[in-house]
Design a protein around this ligand. Structure first.
Ligand SMILES: Cc1cc2nc3c(=O)[nH]c(=O)nc-3n(C[C@H](O)[C@H](O)[C@H](O)COP(=O)(O)O)c2cc1C
Length: 197
């Protein structure tokens, strides 16, 4: 059985416009801050906009692709995530920057889930536009936008998104993902075969 927080998490497009308290936003960012990272570089940065911060909110909304705009406009909070691509000290490429940013977003996501908030991550946005709008320096790269909110009513989505919202969530089987001995030899299957012998 996976942990109930993992089981509860999914990525809704239907988000309510209920305000997220400031203390909760701090908790979300604290959760991200305490993520592990290579050499403790903490190469994650976030640009935060609550719906109430209307010009900031519209600036983030404005970099999204058109389909994402349709539902993300209902979010209570939008966060542009940014990776620092060079290490602080040696000014070398940090090849773990995106990996570490993903760790931080995972922390934030499960903190959100524990507070009955939901997160939908988006790669569907224009990074060049984000760099320009938010004056992002050279060695930083905008990676994703997160839409957060309490659960909303899928009935309020445009019909084609409502259909997607209600479709069954799927995953690859574990034997396509976890190997033993050599790449491609399914771990679970080989264990099962051993048990049969
Ligand atoms: C890096 C990344 C980029 C994504 N980009 C988009 C996006 O642009 N638009 C969107 O609606 N969903 C996007 N998603 C959400 C995924 O489609 C979703 O996580 C996936 O279908 C699995 O569903 P689940 O999160 O409910 O388990 C993205 C998710 C990730 C992690």
């Amino acid at each position: 059985m996976i942990h109930e927080l993992l089981a509860k998490r999914y990525s809704p497009r239907a988000l309510s416009d209920k305000t997220i308290d400031t203390e909760k936003i701090v908790d979300l960012l604290e959760a991200a801050r305490w993520a592990p990272s290579s050499m403790n570089e903490q190469p994650w940065r976030f640009i935060i906009a609550r719906k109430e911060d209307s010009s900031d909110f519209h600036n983030i909304l404005g970099v999204l692709n058109e389909t994402n705009k349709l539902w993300a406009k209902n979010a209570s909070l939008l966060i542009l995530t940014i990776a620092k691509l060079e290490t602080d000290s040696a000014k070398q490429i940090n090849k773990y920057a995106l990996y570490d940013l993903g760790n931080a977003v995972a922390n934030l996501t499960f903190q959100a889930t524990s507070m009955d908030l939901f997160v939908r991550q988006m790669g569907g946005f224009n990074p060049d536009k984000a760099i320009e709008v938010f004056s992002i320096p050279n060695d930083y790269f905008p990676v994703s936008v997160l839409a957060l909110g309490y659960k909303g009513n899928p009935g309020n989505l445009p019909e084609f998104l409502n259909v997607r919202e209600n479709s069954v969530r799927t995953r690859k089987n574990l034997d396509e993902l976890a190997f033993t001995g050599k790449f491609g030899l399914p771990y679970l299957l080989s264990k099962h075969v051993q048990e049969l012998n």
